[in-house]
Design a binder for this molecule. Structure first.
Ligand code: LRH
Length: 476
């Protein structure tokens, strides 16, 4: 191990960040937050889009700020983001404004794909949980643009392309497209052909740890130095799983942010039809591991409820912070509804409190009467979904689970962590909050020889540098 500084660009669906990681010294790794990157999607008449140019601008500004904070020190940059979304290019030019996976119209692709390959056969090939926004379904809605395109780049790969000129598909994120063979980790060219995708649209795959190249041209000038970009687990969840501070194997994880990604790390995919029916996915992890997990709706339910209340509030009312709402929720003593957080009605942006109330009324469950009750109902329902997914994952994979690790923003939510412990009957170990950025940094650090070893060694570094909080299950 040697000392050195790396930068992580971690873009979540609700906000992003640029973080410096300093390796070496007594703690092993220290984080320095450089910039927050707001990520506000924009709805135009043709649908819901990512503001990708603004994100790119913010990434450049964040890297420039990082370079000012640590002049001449940064050895490399890694980029990760939410999965599945992409841009189409022709002759190096972006075709159209990339869509947000929560755009309702993208689901129209599901029927088109299933007409050619049914859900059972698809699972045998790609091993993915059916989510209506998986890349292959979205591509089926592109219409004429697909005929013009000669490249598809997933969001982190597209940003890396703009920064460096490299045109690659990083493998962990590529595994969320539905076009990767779950057994081999290579593009399923036959499936791409069956779905009528233009030949050559899928770029060459690279593994996390691959060097992509230095910032070029204007990007280098704006940042101030031609920092070198390297591939990491560019699917944010893949990076988060790298930073789960577990040294034993009998653990489950919940990577909890906008989504709650709940499952196990395995050596090989589970493609049994039971796993498909249970909504389990086999995504590609760093070092060829399998992320066998279920997508739970996540803190989106909370952030979207808050967005609804803020939209409807007068200026004087617009003061309820997340912390206040959680404090109110903690004081609720009446029983609250435990609703099905995975109901598809909660996927698209909109009035979440009204949708939750409607679900409760339809299912003869208590309709939340106050904001505190609604927040409590969300927290308890998420915790129940996490506990159920852990038990199902263990059953399907034939593994014993003795601890649940919660990483990501949700690790700060004490009410949620305690409820997850209570409802699963297992201890919850919470933290680090910045697992995704840490996983991003660790994979770069290993590629550059700052640290070495397998994932277990990297996790040992996390466990030593970031003290987690433990929640014991309470009975009764
Ligand atoms: C979490 C995440 C998740 C995907 C979803 C689209 O940010 O990457 O793993 O399923 O976004």
């Amino acid at each position: 191990a040697r000392a050195g500084t790396l930068a992580a660009v971690d873009l979540g669906a609700t906000s992003g960040r640029v973080i410096l990681g300093r390796f070496g010294g007594r703690e092993g790794l220290r984080l320095h937050h450089v910039a927050r990157v707001p990520n506000d999607p924009v709805r135009t008449p043709d649908g819901l889009h990512w503001n990708l140019l603004e994100l790119y601008r913010q990434v450049l500004a964040g890297l420039a700020a990082a370079e000012r904070d640590a002049p001449g020190e940064i050895e490399g940059v890694g980029i990760d983001s939410w999965a599945v979304d992409y841009g189409l290019l022709a002759g190096g030019r972006l075709l159209g404004v990339p869509y947000h996976y929560r755009d309702e119209r993208r689901a129209a692709g599901v029927e088109r794909v299933h007409a050619r390959v049914d859900a059972v056969a698809l699972y045998q090939r790609n091993g993915l949980q059916h989510l209506p926004f998986n890349t292959l379904f979205q591509l089926a809605t592109e219409g004429p643009l697909l005929g013009l395109a000669d490249r598809m780049l997933l969001v982190p790969d597209l940003l890396a392309h703009w920064l460096t000129g490299a045109e690659v598909a990083e493998r962990t994120n590529a595994s969320t497209t539905g076009l990767l063979d779950a057994r081999t980790g290579e593009w399923d060219v036959e499936l791409a052909g069956l779905l009528g995708l233009p030949a050559g649209i899928l770029p060459g795959l690279v593994d996390p740890g691959t060097t992509l190249g230095p910032l070029t041209g204007d990007a280098a000038a704006l940042v101030g130095r031609p920092l070198e970009v390297g591939a990491v687990g560019s699917h944010d969840t893949a990076s988060a799983v790298v930073a789960v501070p577990a040294t034993d194997r009998d653990v489950a994880y919940v990577s909890c942010g906008t989504w709650g990604l709940v499952g196990l790390e395995l050596d090989a995919p589970v493609l049994a039809d039971e796993a498909r029916r249970a909504g389990f996915t086999n995504e590609g992890g760093v070092d060829g591991r399998t992320r066998f997990l279920h997508n739970v709706m996540g803190l989106w339910l909370l952030s979207e409820s808050i967005r609804t209340w803020e939209r409807d509030a007068t200026a004087a009312q617009r003061s309820s912070t997340l912390a206040q709402l959680l404090a109110e929720a903690a004081h609720v003593t009446t029983p609250v509804a435990v609703f099905d957080v995975d109901d598809p009605r909660f996927l698209a942006p909109g009035d979440m409190p009204a949708r939750i109330a409607a679900w409760c009324a339809e299912h003869d469950q208590p309709v939340p009467a106050t904001r505190g009750e609604l927040v409590r109902s969300i927290v308890e329902s998420l915790a129940q979904a996490f506990a159920d997914a852990v038990a199902t994952a263990a059953g399907l994979a034939g593994r014993r689970v003795s601890t649940i690790h919660v990483v990501g923003g949700g690790a700060q939510n004490t009410l949620l962590c305690q409820a997850t412990a209570d409802r699963s009957g297992l201890p919850v170990v919470a933290g680090p909050v910045e697992a995704t950025a840490i996983g991003n940094l660790l994979v770069q650090a290993r590629a550059r020889g700052l640290v070495d070893g397998g994932l277990e060694d990297l996790r040992g570094i996390v466990a030593a540098a970031f003290t987690p909080v433990r929640y014991e299950p309470r009975h009764g």
